[in-house]
Design a protein. Sequence first.
Length: 127
Amino acid sequence: MDWSAFAIIVTAGIAAMSGWVGAKFARRKERADAASIITATAVSLLVPLNADIVKLTAAVEVLQQKVLSLEADKLNLWTENTALRSRIGVLEHQIMALGHIPTDHPGGSTVTTSKTEVVTVTEGAAP
């Protein structure tokens, strides 16, 4: 084999090797570029979501405060309702002690006296 043929083969081998190495580095660069594009896209999608999370967290805190307030109101109303029902019971006993029979009707109360006189009391009005 003469030297010129050998030089051509060696030159072709070096060119093929350099092409292979170049392609390998190009693929790595493409992968790195693709990774950076994916990362940038993910970050651009996460920024508005993080802002939404902050807003929703604030809204949840406000709603939690409202729930606590409503629970306190409910307890106060329950306590008031219990006291009023107790007072109604006392008043009914006083009415019966006077010889009257209290009966409940929607929209008002009717009290029947021992003389069979009927007095109708509407809610919010004086008897």
